[in-house]
Ligand binder design. Structure first.
Ligand code: TYD
Length: 211
C-alpha cells in the first residue's frame, strides 16, 4: 500500500504522469485508485467550482484556504482513508503541500497557520511520497496557453494570477522538497513523460513498493 501525491505548477504534466503510473500499476496487478484536489468527492467538486470561478464573488485568501481544507477533509475521511485501510494504493493529483505552496507561498498566508489547518483537515495523514514536477513559470505559462488554445477552456482564477505569485508557489514547492528529501522526489518537468516515469519507478523500487 502506498499513498502517492503529484505536485507542481499548472501545466507541469502531473495528470499525464499519474495516468502512466496507473497503467504500470495495473500491469503489475496493484490495486489502486486516483483522485485529485480540490475535488474527488461530491462536496469537493462543488467547492472546486466555487474556488476556481472568476468573477465578483471570489473568496478572500483566507476563505479560499478554508475551502481547499474543507475539500481535503472530506476527501481524506470519506475516500482516501477507507482505501488505504483496505490495503489499496491511492494516487492523488495534489494534496496538502499545494496549500503550503499556493496559500502560504503564493498568497503570503502565515505558514504555521497553513501547517495547522493541513493537520486538522488530514488528521495527520501524510503521503508516503510527494512527486514534484518542477517547471519554470515561463514554461508552465507556455503550456497553459497551448492547452487553452487547443481546448478553448479559459484559465481559472488561480492560473490567472501574476508571474510573481507563480514564482512564489514554485519556490514554496522546492523549499518543501529540499527540507524533506525522504518524502519528496523532484523531477524536471522538461523531461519526456517516459523519462520522468522511469525515474519515478526507480524511486519506488528503492522503497520496495514495486518489483
Ligand atoms: P488543479 O486541479 O491542479 O488544476 P488544473 O485542473 O487546472 O490542472 O488545481 C486547481 C488549482 O487549485 C491549481 O491552480 C492549484 C490550486 N490549489 C491551491 O491553490 N491550493 C490547494 O490546496 C490545492 C489543492 C490547489
Amino acid at each position: 500500500m502506498a499513498f502517492i501525491v503529484f505536485e507542481g505548477l499548472d501545466g507541469s504534466g502531473k495528470s499525464t504522469l499519474m495516468n502512466r503510473l496507473s497503467q504500470i500499476l495495473k500491469d503489475q496487478k496493484i490495486d489502486h485508485e486516483m483522485t485529485r484536489e480540490p475535488g474527488g468527492t461530491e462536496l469537493g467538486d462543488k467547492l472546486r467550482d466555487l474556488i476556481l470561478a472568476k468573477g465578483p464573488h471570489a473568496p478572500t485568501p483566507r476563505a479560499e484556504l478554508l475551502m481547499y481544507e474543507a475539500s481535503r477533509a472530506q476527501l481524506v475521511e470519506t475516500w482516501i482513508k477507507p482505501r488505504l485501510q483496505n490495503g489499496g494504493w491511492v494516487l492523488s493529483d495534489r494534496f496538502a503541500a499545494s496549500s503550503l505552496a499556493f496559500q502560504a507561498g503564493g498568497r503570503n498566508i502565515n505558514e504555521a497557520d497553513v501547517v495547522w489547518l493541513n493537520h486538522f483537515a488530514t488528521t495527520g495523514l501524510e503521503p508516503d511520497l510527494y512527486i514534484l514536477l518542477d517547471v519554470t513559470v515561463e514554461e508552465s505559462k507556455r503550456r497553459r496557453k497551448n492547452r487553452q488554445d487547443s481546448t478553448s477552456v479559459a484559465e481559472d482564477r488561480i492560473e490567472a494570477e501574476k508571474d510573481d505569485f507563480h514564482n512564489r508557489v514554485r519556490d514554496g514547492f522546492l523549499k518543501l522538497a529540499k527540507n524533506n528529501p525522504k518524502q519528496w522526489f523532484v523531477v524536471s518537468a522538461e523531461l519526456s513523460t517516459e523519462k520522468m516515469l522511469e525515474l519515478v519507478l526507480a524511486r519506488m523500487r528503492e522503497h520496495k513498493w514495486l518489483k
